[in-house]
Design a protein around this ligand. Structure first.
Ligand SMILES: Nc1ncnc2c1ncn2[C@@H]1O[C@H](COP(=O)(O)OP(=O)(O)O)[C@@H](O)[C@H]1O
Ligand SMILES: [Mg+2]
Length: 294
């Protein structure tokens, strides 16, 4: 019997871009003789019924779902209804929140910048805590990275040089979850992004920006396809394995003593890596899914 699969993407942001991405996946599945249906999260309604069963409106049974979104709660309920998601809801959840990523990967002998998450502050409660900021300052020092737990394209990552900058940022971020982190100065404007599919390294690039401390391409980082040193590959493979990712892009900072884990992207964009390396990472992902699902 032919396999039934879906590509699910977010139905509430930049619809055209998401559609283009989902259609690209569909074309790749077709290339490998597997038809899939493209569905947005605006068309899926998981209804928990009175008897406690889950009725997923907008999806029928499937052999796989390429879940290109970060709606963890939807992902969880789809898994509960018997769908196999690539990536899993758990893996997406761990990567989506940068505090969770560092917590989850701690204790596994993976080097990372010293990181201190802000405590949970309920909306309406005083969020400015002098004592906590004193501790962050003492533990981390300056310059200090402050990073929102949820963010991408470098947009929610800040560099603070003194308490005054920290204070004004803390007042701006208010109740948003964020973390304080040691700035790895040797890696200023530079990092290594490693793409993995099914635990195997598919392609890697060095990203460099001499005008900003963030290496993201969208901020002006320049990319070069590279074969990273083994120690970088080892960290990326280990992180992907611990989190249980089918597909990811691992960002590593280039420390004087070797790699430091910066973040793990469960939904790493693949256009740039194809441009600079010629490697179609998305096709590797599709082939992996079909191979597993068959
Ligand atoms: N602790 C750090 N020390 C030095 N540079 C950092 C640090 N954290 C992040 N950066 C820089 O900022 C960029 C964006 O940070 P990252 O955590 O990957 O967030 P995003 O999800 O927005 O890409 C990284 O690629 C890196 O260049
Ligand atoms: Mg990043």
């Amino acid at each position: 019997m032919a396999k039934t699969g879906y590509v699910v993407s977010n139905g509430y942001v930049n619809i055209n871009k998401m559609r283009e991405l989902a259609d690209r996946f569909k074309a790749l599945f077709l290339k490998h003789c597997c038809d899939v249906e493209v569905v947005s999260t605006a068309e899926i309604y998981p209804v928990v019924q009175n008897d406690g069963s889950i009725d997923i409106k907008g999806l029928s049974r499937s052999d796989f779902i390429l879940f290109w979104d970060k709606d963890v709660l939807l992902a969880q309920v789809l898994e509960k209804a018997g769908h196999r998601l690539y990536n899993s809801s758990k893996a997406i959840q761990i990567c989506d929140n940068k505090i969770y990523t560092h917590n989850y990967l701690s204790g596994h002998n993976i080097k990372m910048p010293k990181t201190l998450p802000m405590p949970l502050v309920f909306e309406g409660s005083p969020y400015y805590n002098e004592k906590f900021l004193d501790t962050a300052e003492k533990e981390i020092g300056y310059p200090m990275i402050i990073k929102e737990a949820y963010g991408s394209f470098g947009k929610q990552v800040y560099l603070c040089n003194d308490r005054q900058q920290v204070n004004s940022l803390v007042k701006k971020l208010k109740y948003k979850p964020y973390l304080f982190q040691q700035f790895i100065s040797e890696s200023k404007g530079k990092d290594i992004r490693i793409f993995l599919v099914g635990g195997k390294v598919i392609a890697s690039m060095l990203r460099e920006n001499d005008k900003d401390f963030r290496a993201n391409i969208s901020i002006g980082g320049k990319m070069t396809a590279i074969t990273p040193p083994d120690e970088y590959i080892d960290v990326a493979v280990k992180a992907a394995d611990i989190i249980g990712l089918d597909y990811c892009g691992v960002d590593l900072l280039i420390g004087s003593g070797g790699p430091l884990l910066c973040e793990v992207n469960s939904n790493a964009h693949f256009k740039n890596i194809q441009l600079c390396s010629g490697i179609d990472v998305a096709e590797h992902f599709v082939k992996y899914i079909i191979g597993e699902a068959v």
